[in-house]
Design a protein around this ligand. Sequence first.
Ligand code: GLU
Length: 249
Amino acid sequence: FALHGSRSPNQCEAGTQQQYMCGIVGYVGAQQAAPILLDGLRRLEYRGYDSAGMAVCGPEGLRVCKAKGRLQVLAELTEEGRAMPGVGHTRWATHGEPNDVNAHPQVSRSGLFAVVHNGIIENYAVLRERLEKKGYVFRSQTDTEVVAQLLEDYYVASRDLFEAVNDMLSVVEGAYALGIVCRDAPDRLIAVRKDAPLLLGYGAGENFIASDVTALLPYTRDVVYMDDGELAVVTAGGIRIYNERRRPA
Ligand code: GLU
């Protein structure tokens, strides 16, 4: 595979990132997302997981399917009609038992956001309590659900996706690779990486995110390993990467 710039593929092997295996895969392009996500997740099975799921943006909003156990449980999900972005996930539970509700994607209260996450949100309890006081009802036991609910809370205030993601990131602490889709922005997905592996894959008229290049080998060998603190806006036409200070990288 090819690398853009001078980033080292070995970054993925370094330090604390090893402890967050499981997996993330995301797709934006002209093909149906769901089969590509399933294929990518199958290629990440070796990393271990206890449950799996995916979210696909469709004409009727975000369609989420998730389940405890093997990927085969997900295999029947396909998306009719025009292809839309999607994110898939294999979970290795840290907060809340492996079950259908705790499997990712975690979805915000009105279904505006779907989030997949590898890692741990250390301060989730405080954030959850704060949101509950504002009337948010949590469905799962995961730390990840606070990310989805926070995104909705900030987005409803600003109506700006980029700003809402940055607002959310300014309050969460911990380690995370995140794949985010928003019902209001069905042409894109957002990728964020801090102390957990995540890479971007470049195709022709389609682009990808993944925990590991293995997930993308059938589709592209042209990848960028995200640096810590980076955020990427992924559309079918291109990928914009922002550094920790949110300047174009
Ligand atoms: N901490 C999250 C959870 O327990 C993510 C686990 C993972 O990395 O798969 O849901």
